[in-house]
Design a protein around this ligand. Structure first.
Ligand code: PGA
Length: 222
């Protein structure tokens, strides 16, 4: 069976205590799910990462943590930024270049390249978001998420067939990309349609990941 990535992107939702309650709930469901060949990655706000990490280690829960961003700089006088070494203390992954960051924070390809460089330099695996198959992808990036803007938070996902075409083109153009995830209105009912596609290696889930029951169903159904 191919390896699948099921990634939760909580965006700017959930307090630390909400995050803890979510984790308790997911922990119960995961006990009944076979996680062989599935990498579950949860990306909460920075504020929730330390306590989630402590709980996951204490209970030996089979999920990984990631950040939703990373500084394009090493440590230094960059007010408000969280650098790669700091992310590394609490997570193994970082989402980079999400379309919300491009739209709301003016991020462009040049900035995204620098963020990817910082992730790679500090041993964090970047999950680079793109909206199609013509976005340049920095060398060495192994995980890309295809996230068409029309599908994000709208309840209208792209079709699995169209997403498959994009995923396969991304892999052909960028032979270093090993995994392409689909993101945009994924839910428990449609996740399998995407993961069944030969070039799609998992999903990046926003809205449906906030509910631990829906998220565990997505993992189970994938
Ligand atoms: P959505 O978000 O699942 O709520 O559509 C996906 C994303 O933005 O990563």
């Amino acid at each position: 069976m191919k390896k699948l990535f099921i990634v939760a992107n909580w965006k700017s939702y959930k307090s630390t205590s909400d995050a803890h309650a979510w984790l308790l709930n997911l922990e119960r469901s995961l006990a009944f799910i076979d996680l062989n060949d599935i990498e579950v990655v949860v990306c909460p706000s920075y504020t929730s990462l330390p306590s989630m990490k402590a709980y996951i280690l204490q209970k030996n829960i089979n999920i990984k943590l990631g950040a939703q961003d990373i500084s394009p700089f090493d440590e230094g006088a960059y007010t408000g930024e969280v650098n790669g070494q700091q992310v590394k203390e609490v997570g193994e992954y970082s989402i980079i270049g999400h379309s919300e960051r491009r739209k709301e924070f003016g991020e462009n390809d040049a900035l995204i390249y620098r963020k990817v460089e910082q992730a790679q330099a500090t041993g964090i695996t970047p999950i680079v978001c793109v909206q199609g198959d013509d976005t340049p992808i920095p060398q060495g990036v192994s995980i890309v998420a295809y996230e068409p803007i029309f599908a994000i938070g709208t309840g209208t996902p792209d079709t699995p067939e169209h997403s498959e075409g994009i995923a396969s083109t991304i892999k052909t153009k960028n032979p270093f990309v090993k995994y392409v995830l689909y993101g945009g209105s994924v839910n428990p009912g449609d996740v399998k349609n995407f993961t069944a596609m030969p070039s799609i290696d998992g999903v990046l889930v926003g809205g449906a990941s906030l509910d631990p029951e829906k998220f565990s169903q997505i993992i189970e159904n994938a």
